[in-house]
Design a protein around this ligand. Structure first.
Ligand SMILES: Cc1cc2nc3c(=O)[nH]c(=O)nc-3n(C[C@H](O)[C@H](O)[C@H](O)COP(=O)(O)O)c2cc1C
Ligand code: SF4
Length: 656
């Protein structure tokens, strides 16, 4: 954690602009780092829990300038049945709000509460109250059109923003941020795509702005002037008919002319597309933020895919923004700011930008690379104190599970050694990083490489351990972390033009032959290990027919990645056949069976790639290991995902 700060000045000297204080309203931010709003869903009946407070404490302790808490709703019509958004309008949430804000103040952090009404967006949940919006335009993400708000509804919601903001003020917050981005209600009023009214709240830009103007008026009336008021905007909604940068400049000009807005936070995209995945450029919104900043006098926050301090410093130096916002960098490593402050950015656990666990909300915030995220009160994980006894631990396998265990146990003072059969660390995880647009996954392995070197953990490469006699040295504990292997292609489909998915990952996609038509047959699991292979085939030049027994395409892939993935596959002319299975193969002819009708299609193809699934690996001779000191972690227990492997490893590391 962050009590000892030996080299604080190193980072402060390297990134002087990032660590420069900034005054907004009557508050001074101790630096330019803003933790962007991200809800944890660790709530009960719409109120903050101790888990949520601990999540924020773990980050606040590193002293960012400002934390904008995840969007809280202002009115019951926006509280979904699950009640996983904080209900700032209600008295029952006030004690939690006050405790969390005071906790942030204790670390010198300026606490800002973001307020939202979701309008037409059901955000994948259900509501007992019909959704309402400026116009009855159905969200492409939801099954029902909202009802159109009348002037009474508008007045009620405007008052609700004022009331919720007053609750924030009464509970010690320094200010509020109106969530007028990402396609929620204030943005629905601003956007020509969702506001089709022709009354005083729609019809032209001035009238579309009126709702936001009234929200600001209500907040100022209820909270006075000594309360920060920020507005978050999607500078470009990226929808074609929605808000674009020219509209945003007009909105910003209107905001500035009100003379009572304290900052603008710039982001891009609407719901389902605003948490940019690793295929999107770094600092995605920097250009838009720079344009906004050049056209107004208000301080600007820029966010989206900024994780490097040198990039943050550069954006400040170039005048693209006044503050640097980050969400996922702090989910993946709560110590991001301390590491940067200490000049040790290489020690930061990297966010991989997959959105796999932070956006799944199953049932709340988690992280693929940081098992501690969302479990701050369950276990201290990385922060657990060193032990007195130093056990010698042999770790067989240098994939994420083995490497994480080596790190976690070394941090506690044990003496782990890693034995890896291949000539480099990373294990089968490197296969996942080998497909197009996924090379960013290697950052995790680079992190382990650097940190294990720092911790002086011996890594023996090229040593295949199949039993006790293959280990070099004496060990009190042996941990098997050898991962999983792909199952073989079933005999009935084994022929020269059939490859297993694993072969494509390990060796790359072959060059197209014949007419260049490949069939990718998945197993219905709807995850990257199928789609990554399809993309590798597309990039190699194949035209792919993607066959799946599932009723939908890619249902395990985070929604933010699905759009870009489909676009890439579409550019390669990929065709999908759902509810379909491979029935038979005869040379260059595949029979595909439609699972509903039983009809069989004969399709000619030059290559068939089969998803064969994975099975845990075993050592050839585990008999001589003492059972009490033998442990297994990761995919060799059961083939799952990276998050499971890293969690297994940290739990064992903490137990030693
Ligand atoms: C788990 C999670 C929850 C989020 N919740 C909110 C929210 O409540 N309000 C909001 O404006 N943005 C929300 N966002 C978007 C972030 O504020 C931020 O714009 C986005 O994650 C991109 O920044 P990053 O690349 O630093 O993560 C959320 C993002 C994540 C990952
Ligand atoms: S789950 Fe993935 S994208 Fe989300 S914070 Fe963790 S590493 Fe980043």
């Amino acid at each position: 954690m962050s009590q000892a700060r030996p080299n604080e000045s190193a980072g402060e000297q390297a990134y002087p602009l990032l660590f420069k204080p900034l005054t907004i309203g009557r508050e001074t931010l101790q630096n330019r780092v803003v933790i962007l709003p991200h809800g944890t869903s660790m709530l009960r009946d719409g109120a903050i829990t101790a888990d949520d407070i601990e999540y924020y404490r773990r980050r606040a302790v590193t002293r960012p300038g400002m934390i904008v808490t995840g969007a809280a709703v202002v009115h019951p019509s926006s509280a979904r049945r699950q009640r996983v958004l904080v209900e700032d309008y209600s008295d029952h949430v006030l004690p939690g709000l006050a405790e969390r804000a005071q906790m942030m103040r204790d670390y010198g952090v300026v606490p800002i509460g973001q307020l939202v009404h979701l309008g037409r967006e059901l955000i994948g949940m259900d509501s007992d109250i019909p959704a309402m919006a400026p116009s009855a335009v159905r969200s492409p993400r939801d099954p029902f059109a909202p009802r159109e708000m009348d002037h009474g509804d508008i007045a009620e919601i405007v008052a609700a923003f004022g009331h919720s903001a007053a609750n924030l003020k009464a509970t010690g917050h320094a200010g509020t941020e109106i969530h007028a981005a990402h396609g929620y209600l204030p943005a629905q009023f601003l956007s020509p795509a969702t506001n089709h009214r022709d009354d005083s709240y729609g019809g032209d830009p001035q009238r579309r702005f009126r709702f936001l103007q009234e929200l600001i008026g209500a907040i100022r009336t209820d909270c006075g002037d000594d309360f920060i008021l920020g507005v978050r905007l999607s500078a470009d909604e990226e929808t074609g008919e929605g808000i674009e940068i020219a509209d945003t400049l007009r909105i910003v000009e209107q905001l500035q002319s009100l003379g009572c807005v304290d900052y603008i936070s710039i982001t891009l995209g609407t719901r389902g597309a605003y948490v940019k995945d690793l295929t999107q450029p770094e600092a995605t919104a920097a250009r838009a933020a720079g344009i906004v900043r050049a056209n107004c006098d208000l301080p600007v926050i820029v966010g989206q895919r900024i994780t490097r301090p040198d990039l943050a410093e550069q954006l400040l130096a170039e005048g693209q923004a006044d503050m640097i916002g980050m969400a996922r960098a702090f989910i993946a490593d709560p110590d991001w700011l301390d590491r940067v402050r200490q000049g040790q950015f290489e020690r930061v656990r990297p966010c991989l930008g997959l959105n796999q666990d932070c956006r799944a909300f199953a049932p709340h915030l988690h992280c693929a690379v940081n098992p501690g995220a969302g479990r701050e009160r369950v276990s201290p994980f990385d922060g657990k104190a060193p032990v007195g006894e130093h056990r010698k631990i042999a770790i067989i396998g240098g994939g994420p599970a083995g490497l994480e265990l080596a790190r976690a146990s070394a941090l506690r003072g044990h003496q782990p050694q890693v034995f890896e059969a291949s000539d480099g660390i990373g294990g089968q995880f490197l296969y996942a990083a080998s497909v197009p647009n996924r090379s960013g996954l290697r950052k995790l392995i680079d992190f382990y490489q650097t940190d294990l070197r720092r911790l002086a953990v011996p890594i023996h490469l090229g040593i295949t351990v199949q039993g006790v006699s293959d280990l070099i040295g004496e060990f009190e504990d042996v941990v098997i972390a050898v991962g999983a292997r792909a199952r073989d292609v079933p005999e009935e489909f084994a022929q020269p033009n059939v490859l297993s998915w694993w072969t494509v990952l390990a060796e790359g996609a072959p060059a197209p032959t014949g007419s260049g038509h490949a069939i990718m047959v998945d197993d219905g699991t709807g995850f990257w290990w199928n789609y990554g292979v399809a993309e590798a085939l597309v990039v190699a030049g194949w035209t792919v027919t993607y066959v799946t027994p599932a009723a939908t395409v890619g249902y395990q892939i985070p929604v933010e990645s699905m759009g870009p993935l489909l676009a890439r596959l579409g550019r390669g002319n990929t065709r999908f056949k759902i509810l379909t299975q491979l029935f038979g193969l005869d040379g260059a002819s595949a029979q595909l069976i439609d699972m509903t009708s039983g009809a069989i299609d004969e399709v000619s193809c030059d290559l068939v790639v089969l998803q064969t699934g994975r099975e845990p690996l075993r050592l050839a001779d585990e008999s001589a290991f003492a059972p009490a000191s033998l442990h297994r972690i990761g995919d060799c227990v059961a083939a799952r995902r990276m998050a499971n492997a890293v969690l297994d490893a940290q739990q064992l590391g903490m137990a030693f």
